[in-house]
Design a protein around this ligand. Structure first.
Ligand code: G3I
Length: 371
């Protein structure tokens, strides 16, 4: 048992002890199990070769049930040269998940980033269609029946709702999307197939374009099962998330929050962290209230290791654990909300809900979580 795991268990039993002496029956529970107690499938996070053995290992195993590979399942890692496939790192991630009783969301098959030059250089339609099919058959086929879902296509739109420039769109137009979904379905009929995108968090041309595209795909009987809303948010611009999740769910497909973080414009202050608490609860409540929302995946554990640090240095503190792996208020807000079965507006300054020792419903008629 790793040192961090023993520290976490120590803290858990201390918390339980503290509350027990105060006559409260406090049940320490993972975010994943509480999300399931609220009728959802999972609370997830990212994993990869850099974090599997790292100091976040205890939190990852202790709190989350679904995992998205952060980079080792991407095209440039799996097929850096034409016809040469490298599965060492991706296999290691799959085996880590299976060894720890966790599930995997495969990420990602067709994306304009992390594309090797040999793919980017293709100009012939037939050639590119063959290359896409071959890559998907190999990648999806390798983990057939072992993954919960795949992000089949990722980030296809510009902010104005037009299609993003990529070798796929340049050579095949919109047709690369149905091609990718049909190929993935054949390669693994059981995996849930997602289209994944960011900045679907507020009304505008991008989410409109996503909804129109999904309607076109449904009209063509393309085997699409779900929409992934990455939900990389900026603190202060979060309030529309619940409404937009409802719009995405109006397609009749599953939806999921697939890459959650809420970055704070520097300097990071206690007041801004207080606001972030409410925003994490709002997003979580937004998913709880939409039956089609199957789960929430975070994009990292500690602020220290977030992609935001390098990619968006004007922002910081986007996650639920600080650089020393201490739970932040954001964690307490989500934990508290899930304990209350999504009820109550613990938006501002959530405290962990506890139920009195007597069984059944709690003081405020709250459902007691059977964990
Ligand atoms: O592992 C190598 C290391 O060996 C090498 O020394 C180092 C220097 O080049 O690179 C390391 O790999 C980097 C990897 O992150 C691990 O840190 C890759 O270069 C870098 O490209 C990769 O960045 C990932 C990025 O997607 C591009 O794939 C980030 O981890 C990941 O958080 C980010 O995630 C994306 C989602 O896939 C899609 N949505 C947005 C999200 C954030 O950008």
């Amino acid at each position: 048992m790793t040192r961090t795991l023993s520290f976490i268990n120590l803290r858990r039993s201390f918390t339980t002890l503290l509350l027990a002496t105060a006559g409260y029956h406090y049940v320490e529970a993972s975010l994943n199990s509480m999300m399931q107690a609220n009728g959802k499938l999972y609370f997830g996070n990212i994993i990869d070769t850099n974090t599997m053995q790292g100091n976040e290992d205890g939190v990852l195993k202790g709190e989350f049930g679904m995992f998205t590979p952060e980079y080792s399942w991407k095209w440039n890692r799996i097929q850096p040269e034409k016809g040469k496939f490298h599965f060492n790192d991706s296999d290691a991630v799959m085996e880590w998940a299976e060894a720890n009783g966790k599930q995997i969301r495969g990420h990602t098959l067709v994306w304009h980033q992390n594309i090797p030059d040999w793919v980017d250089a293709i100009t012939d339609k037939e050639d590119l269609m063959k290359v896409i099919k071959d890559h998907i058959n190999k990648a999806v086929g390798r983990y057939k029946g072992r993954v919960y879902a795949w992000d089949v296509v990722n980030e296809v739109f510009n902010e104005d709702g037009t299609f993003r420039d990529s070798v796929f769109y340049r050579v095949l137009g919109e047709d690369f999307i149905p091609l990718a979904f049909r190929t993935a379905r054949e390669a693994d009929p059981n995996a849930k197939l997602y289209i994944n995108e960011y900045n679907l968090d507020y009304a505008g041309p991008k989410i409109d374009a996503m909804l129109n595209l999904v309607h076109r795909l449904q009209a063509q009987n393309v085997p699409i099962d779900a929409i992934g809303s990455q939900t990389h948010l900026t603190s202060g611009r979060v309030n529309e998330v619940p409404a937009q999740l409802k719009r995405l769910a109006s397609t009749g497909l599953d939806i999921a929050v697939t890459e959650l973080d809420i970055r704070i414009k520097r300097p990071v202050t206690p007041a801004k962290l207080q606001q972030q608490k409410g925003e994490y609860a709002l997003v979580t409540k937004g998913c709880l209230e939409v039956p089609a929302c199957v789960g929430i995946s975070m994009w990292g554990v500690s602020d220290q290791n977030s992609w935001v640090k390098e990619a968006l240095p004007a922002f910081g503190a986007p996650l639920m654990w600080d650089g020393n792996l201490r739970r932040k208020g954001a964690y307490g807000a989500v934990d508290g909300l899930l304990r209350k079965g999504g009820e109550g507006s613990e938006m501002a300054g959530a405290k962990v809900s506890v139920t009195r020792r007597h069984g059944g419903r709690g003081r405020h008629g709250k459902r007691r979580l059977s964990l």
